[in-house]
Design a protein around this ligand. Structure first.
Ligand code: COA
Length: 322
């Protein structure tokens, strides 16, 4: 038994934050942002939009692409780290907005790599024969976790959601997934959001923003992603020319180019959305995938390498025949 992609969808808020708008807010320039990151603008969740509403919208699109109804879904796995509540989970709230059936729904927290981790979980449930149709969603509003005056982070992060229906199939499908974590890097990238008794409320508020040592994150990301794509190919006894598309996490164009170079893949075979979207965290890979499926670049039968790296650190890949 294998898991194949039956349908994909995505949602981006209509409101955009351009580099020119950021120039008015912090000490930065459009040219610096484009040169160092490749990002031109980000979509920002508006009033009434959050991880739940965006995730549900992306999920409906994925279900429609798969020609399925909400009643066909057996399990919902949501990759997110920006739900408005510690619990109920974003997944439970999305479940309530999609269906009255009491199907299981839970969140997976692996920051920017969350979608790959969630996809891997869904793949295991389908391979074991437990579930037939699993909805995997990546949805994040990290713009709300960035201090409005922190030029380190606000230039990078945008909001959005992407979704995929994975379905049981006799043929692959997901060929393999590869996951890694390294918690010792916690001080380089993270968000403190839960109140702790030992701290005053003022301290909590001043610390409740994303912290990031960007250039140190950058170095580890390039090195770990390079090892990861190699590991994925070796595990499947493949060489890079067996790949049709690289669908990478959209954090920084320079990180993406370094991974493509490692694979000797021309940028024409790499899906990038970050000029328009910035880094949408767990939503980044499924948004890029859905954009390229909808515009006709990714075709049935082609082989895709999905990869992501982010806070934790946690990183992972999936080799998939679409
Ligand atoms: N606008 C203008 N200048 C900026 C700036 C900004 N937003 N942020 C930093 N700078 C300046 C620095 O102060 C520094 O100036 P100096 O040379 O006078 O000291 C210079 O630009 C270089 O800073 P550095 O931090 O080394 O830049 P960088 O090339 O590493 O780019 C990032 C910064 C954040 C874009 C890059 O490190 C990155 O993308 N890292 C990965 C982050 C990431 O992916 N996080 C999420 C993981 S999922």
């Amino acid at each position: 038994m294998f898991a194949r992609i039956a349908g994909t969808g995505h949602y981006l808020p209509s409101q955009c934050l351009t580099n020119a708008m950021l120039e008015q807010r912090v000490d930065t320039t459009h040219d610096w942002i484009v040169e160092r990151t490749g990002i031109h603008q980000r979509h920002i969740a508006g009033q009434g939009e959050n991880a739940v509403t965006m995730g549900a919208a992306a999920a409906r699109q994925a279900l429609s692409a798969a020609n399925l109804d909400t009643s066909d879904i057996d399990l919902i796995v949501v990759a997110t780290t920006s739900g408005e509540r510690a619990f109920p989970s974003v997944a439970c709230e999305i479940q309530a907005s999609l269906t009255e059936q009491n199907i299981p729904a839970f969140d997976v927290a692996a920051a920017c790599s969350g979608f790959i981790f969630g996809l891997s979980v869904a793949d295991q449930y389908i391979r074991s024969g437990t579930y037939k149709n699993v909805l995997v969603i990546g949805t994040d509003v990290l713009s709300r976790l960035c201090h409005p005056e922190d030029r380190n982070t606000i230039v990078l992060f945008g909001d959005g959601a992407g979704a995929m229906v994975l379905q049981a199939s006799d043929t692959p499908g997901v060929e393999s997934t590869h996951l890694h974590s390294a918690g010792e890097f916690a001080d380089l990238l993270g968000v403190n959001h839960l109140p702790r008794n030992s701290r005053s409320q003022a301290e909590e508020l001043s610390e409740a923003w994303m912290y990031m040592k960007g250039n140190e994150v950058f170095k580890v990301a390039v090195s770990k992603l390079s090892e990861l794509v190699n590991e994925t190919l070796v595990a499947n006894n493949l060489t890079p020319d067996a790949l049709d598309w690289l669908v990478p996490h959209q954090a920084n164009l320079r990180i993406i180019k370094a991974t493509a170079k490692k694979l000797k893949m021309p940028m024409s075979q790499v899906i990038t959305t970050l000029a328009d979207t910035g880094n949408t965290s767990a939503a980044s890979v499924p948004i890029a995938l859905d954009v390229a499926i909808r515009d006709g670049r990714i075709q049935r039968g082609q082989r895709l390498l999905l990869e992501a790296f982010g806070g934790g650190f946690a990183w992972g890949s999936a080799l998939i025949t679409y």
